[in-house]
Design a protein around this ligand. Structure first.
Ligand code: 4AD
Ligand code: MG
Length: 474
């Protein structure tokens, strides 16, 4: 359908041609001698309006009522100019075949249904306009991500999902455990198969073939090993955080894009993050016009103008110290009081992006070292590190990045300060022993990018199967 209707002329140049469509029925309207069936095949938002009159082959299936919302059908006919105002063309059907009927209990009938309700129907929600559009734009963002990095000479590296290291040092990891052999079928009996000690506690010594293992929170440390061999690299894969936060911007399983640039400093890192975001935003504005118009009308009014500004204008940059000044000068009553050294809360981030700089992305740099991870490069002031976060309106932190500490003695001292075990980081320290180079990178939460680019309010609607506290079905 997108191939036929996607052109500038809405398909008019194809009038007179034969066409076969397969897809799912959205609506059926029976009028005295004609039936209108709207079919969607997922290739685009538009349906194909099928006009079926009494002499069409297969009309009995319409008469029997089996062609109903949700059913899958095959139709063949001729493209004709439409009399209606909603579309330029329609399909005058010669033959219709019902492929799979839809039980009357199909939960997504024509009336609008809430996103909360649809989350309980994650297997059927891609059949709706909103979730179809989100899926296509998410796909376009993934494609543009690879395109951007490939065109700029980055090598894609697959980072492991199972790992022993905790990149962020925040202890928000899920643990991997091995089930006892031959102990039970699939289902809740798997719980019984988790190895236990004599007193019934989980036996962690049985973890990953006898060693502790966790789901990765970030592929960064692995990316650094390849950046210090291949120069610029990036990862793009699932990451996991065991944070029990029930917010509209946190998931337990999310996809992260993590470029790592060799022979680069924080300024290069910020320039890369800006160029990347502008590139992918421009890509969807140019290539997902119909879906973006849909979001502009139904999800977030003005999103197209907002994104056009992002693609065209410079982003704001300021230091953490200046950001704190700005918050203090605002005289706004925040729930979390502001003082130098505090981590920025979402209310602060909102104020900065939405009020202080009118909706423009803002990059804040040089954070206090106490609130940032061990691997960030210490600045000459001894108090701050070469870190940067990119904040965007509504979503807050979209990107977190830094220049990495490439000096062996500084890194060892930092590990000691934080009581982290040098031995577990032996391979990471080796990168500083053998041909260390200044390098920098960032991580972008892919679902937050989807939120930002579509206007979808809740991160649970930006990923096909959200994993949050209490939701692991499907
Ligand atoms: O700021 P974070 O924790 O940074 C890192 O993991 C670095 N190792 C990245 C790097 O330098 N290579 O996470 C990076 C981004 C955040 O800015 C946010 O967009 C996203 O990951 N993120 C989440 N997205 C959804 N749900 C969560 N629970 C997220 N936690 C982080
Ligand atoms: Mg962060």
């Amino acid at each position: 359908i997108s191939e036929i209707k996607g052109g500038e002329d809405g398909g008019l140049s194809r009038v007179g041609s034969e066409l076969t469509v397969v897809g799912w029925v959205r609506t059926v309207r029976v009028q005295s001698s004609i039936t209108f069936v709207e079919v969607n095949d997922g290739s685009c938002l538009s349906n194909m309006q099928c006009v079926i009159d009494a002499d069409a082959d297969g009309i009995d299936q319409i008469e029997s009522g089996l062609v109903s919302t949700g059913a899958s059908i095959w139709v063949q006919g001729t493209i004709v100019a439409s009399q209606g105002s909603k579309q330029k063309i329609e399909l005058k059907v010669n033959k219709i075949v019902l492929i799979g009927k839809s039980d009357p209990s199909f939960p997504i009938q024509k009336k609008r249904v809430s996103k909360e309700f649809l989350r309980t129907k994650a297997h059927l929600r891609p059949r709706t306009n909103t979730f179809g559009a989100v899926a296509r734009v998410r796909n376009a963002l993934a494609y543009a991500t690879h395109k951007f990095f490939q065109e700029n000479g980055f090598v894609w590296v697959s980072s492991p999902i199972i790992t022993a290291s905790d990149c962020e040092g925040a202890g928000e990891q899920f643990c991997v455990t091995t089930l006892l052999p031959n102990s039970g079928e699939v289902g809740d009996s798997r719980v019984d198969a988790i190895p236990k000690t004599e007193n019934g506690l989980i036996d962690w010594s049985q973890d990953f073939f006898g060693k502790p293992a966790f789901l990765t929170v970030s592929g960064q440390l692995n990316a650094e090993t390849y950046a210090t061999a291949l120069s610029d690299v990036y990862t793009f894969g699932p990451t996991f955080r065991a944070e029990n936060s029930n917010t509209a911007r946190h998931l337990a399983e999310f996809w992260m894009i993590e470029p790592e640039l060799a022979f680069a400093d924080l300024n290069d890192d910020m320039a890369c993050a800006t160029a990347y975001l502008q590139y992918v935003v421009r890509h969807i504005l140019d290539n997902c016009k119909e879906d973006m118009e849909f979001f502009n009308t139904w999800i977030e009014k003005g999103i197209i103008d907002r994104l056009t500004n992002v693609a065209d204008k410079d982003f704001v940059q300021l230091s953490y110290t200046d950001a704190i000044e700005l918050l203090l000068r605002s005289n706004k009553k925040f729930e979390y009081p502001v003082k130098w050294g505090c981590d920025l809360q979402s209310e602060h981030e909102r104020y900065i992006t939405e009020n202080a700089f009118g909706g423009c992305p803002v990059i804040i740099r040089d954070y206090p070292k106490e609130i940032k991870a061990f691997y960030m490069r210490e600045n000459d002031d001894g108090k701050t590190v070469a870190a940067m976060d990119m904040l965007v309106p509504r979503v807050g932190e979209l990107i977190g990045g830094s220049q990495r500490e490439e000096r062996l003695e500084y890194l060892e001292a930092r590990l000691d300060d934080l009581k982290l075990n040098r031995e577990s980081y032996w391979w990471y320290l080796d990168l500083r022993r053998y041909g260390s180079v200044p390098h920098a990178g960032f991580g972008l939460g892919f679902e937050r990018l989807v939120q930002f680019a579509t206007g979808i309010e809740n991160i649970r609607d930006a990923i096909p199967f959200p994993r949050t506290p209490g939701s692991s079905e499907f």
